[in-house]
Design a protein around this ligand. Structure first.
Ligand SMILES: Cc1cc2nc3c(=O)[nH]c(=O)nc-3n(C[C@H](O)[C@H](O)[C@H](O)COP(=O)(O)OP(=O)(O)OC[C@H]3O[C@@H](n4cnc5c(N)ncnc54)[C@H](O)[C@@H]3O)c2cc1C
Length: 440
């Protein structure tokens, strides 16, 4: 991010804030809020800018906690860590490892800031594991009036459950305490299985593995299944380097190459994907400390839409998406990913109240991106799907209200924390417009 202009990781969103502040203490955060309030400016927070949606964009004041990013305390006895909210997950993980601790689960990358990842409901995969926000034991929230609130399950639980996935709309999260566990290692096994078999066995595989996710590259007849199991002892350095190279080969070299070829020759997508699938989607093993195995190397820039649907609908949803892509000869040049998470009670969590499959449609630059995303979104919405808040979606506030049971309740919290809508931008206005019309 430059000094003033905000551009997201995918380079699909940008805005020109009137000012970017980098407070280094809670006092300085308060100062930023007060000054913005005095001059009638709106305020947004930015983490690492890794969201695809326009959730961060503002013409008001942008606050970055890049200088408020320390690990405050590690409690080895309780397996907890307390961090300043701007810390990047990867930096926090490094300190955790030094203290013999690991995160309970993680998504595909660890480049996000802690508060940014939590605020959009970032998740990994594992049907008994919640989204990352479920790992939070307590947090400090600074509201528009400058009040500093210490929230947890016993101290204002309803606001706590709102603040755990808040889209940056309740105020500034300044500090977080997360539950961890003693450092553990994983072995990931990935193998290719026939598409029909994957559909048939998907739910059984999901329920019998602590971690499981599925990738389908359109036009291939197989699905790549990734499962992880706990493993005693760390991988050697040599193994780790080999694993990294193997994973790097898939995500960087192969995906970049597919994206380029499919852009140049969209009519040849079926053959391009089939060859890529044959070469790379085979049996592989990786092992090492949990966070290394759970993440993948940074992919090339691309676009993502992801919806949370009831877990049991995942096999038929993948089947239906395949039929649509094939019937319409769409040049889909990126995997479809299916990940699973446990139900939770966080107000705006896409997994609220139901075990969930996060189904992701991804695309590099391509002529068919709009029809693909638009069909995908309609299909997901027909299943009661809720969007990933940090990815692309066009669902209206009315549609969101129908599928997110706590949208109105969350909006009331927003009114109590931020009555003058200081922490609003056009994304937040869009999401809650139906609630506001009802005077909520
Ligand atoms: C390559 C890549 C891989 C990804 N993999 C996954 C994945 O595996 N699983 C998944 O679920 N998502 C994934 N994502 C999406 C990503 O995790 C989310 O978009 C996440 O929110 C980005 O974190 P960030 O720190 O960049 O936050 P930003 O995008 O900068 O901000 C996100 C939100 O957090 C708010 N915010 C930031 N800091 C604060 C604060 N201190 N207080 C209050 N609000 C704050 C912002 O206002 C904004 O509303 C991926 C993204 C990329 C680019």
């Amino acid at each position: 991010m430059s000094q003033s202009r905000f551009v997201n990781w995918a380079r699909t969103q940008s805005s020109d804030p009137v000012k970017v502040c980098y407070p280094g203490t809670e006092g300085e955060i308060l100062d930023c809020i007060r000054k913005a309030g005095a001059s009638g400016q709106k305020v947004r927070l930015v983490g690492a800018g890794h969201s695809w949606s326009d959730i961060v964009c503002t013409e008001g004041v942008l606050i970055s906690l890049d200088k408020f990013n320390r690990v405050v305390r590690v409690d080895k006895a309780a397996n907890t860590v307390t961090v300043e909210a701007g810390v990047r997950l990867k930096d926090m993980i490094r300190v955790l490892h030094d203290h013999g601790l690991s995160m309970l689960n993680l998504g595909s990358i660890a480049d996000q800031s802690a508060a940014g990842a939590l605020s959009t409901g970032t998740h990994g995969s594992g049907i008994e594991k919640g989204i990352l926000s479920t790992q939070v034991l307590s947090l400090r929230l600074i509201t528009a009036s400058g009040e500093v609130l210490e929230l947890n399950r016993t101290n204002d639980e309803s606001l706590f459950l709102g603040a755990l996935v808040s889209l940056g709309s309740l105020g500034v999260i300044s500090q977080l305490t997360l539950q961890c566990e003693p450092l553990y290692c994983l072995e990931e096994s990935s193998r290719s299985m026939p598409f029909e078999q994957a559909i048939e066995e998907m739910m059984e595989i999901v329920s019998s593995h602590e971690w499981a996710k599925f990738w389908w590259l359109p036009y291939t007849d197989t699905v790549q299944l990734f499962t992880c199991q706990r493993k005693e002892g760390k991988a050697t350095w040599g193994q780790q380097v080999m694993d990294w190279l193997k994973a790097g080969r898939i995500s960087r070299v192969l995906i970049a190459f597919i994206l380029l070829l499919s852009r140049l020759f969209p009519a040849k997508i079926a053959i391009i994907n089939k060859i890529a699938g044959k070469i790379y989607f085979r049996e592989e093993y990786r092992s090492g400390v949990a966070e290394k195995v759970l993440t993948v190397p940074m992919p090339p820039r691309h676009r993502e839409m992801e919806y949370a649907i009831p877990a049991h609908t995942a096999p038929s949803a993948l089947n239906a998406l395949r039929a649509y892509v094939l019937e319409n000869h769409l040049a889909v040049n990126f995997i479809v990913e299916l990940r699973f998470v446990a139900a939770d009670d966080i107000l705006l969590s896409p997994a609220f109240g139901r075990d969930t499959c996060f189904m992701g449609a991804y695309m590099g630059k391509n002529i068919h991106i709009e029809p693909y995303f638009s069909h995908f979104e309609a299909q997901m919405q027909a299943l009661g799907g809720r969007p990933h808040w940090g990815k692309e979606f066009t669902a209206s506030s009315e549609v969101l209200q129908a599928v997110c049971p706590n949208l109105v309740q969350f909006n009331r919290l927003r009114t109590s924390c931020d009555p003058d809508r200081m922490f609003e931008n056009s994304y937040i206005e869009r999401v809650f417009s139906a609630c506001s019309e009802k005077g909520e």
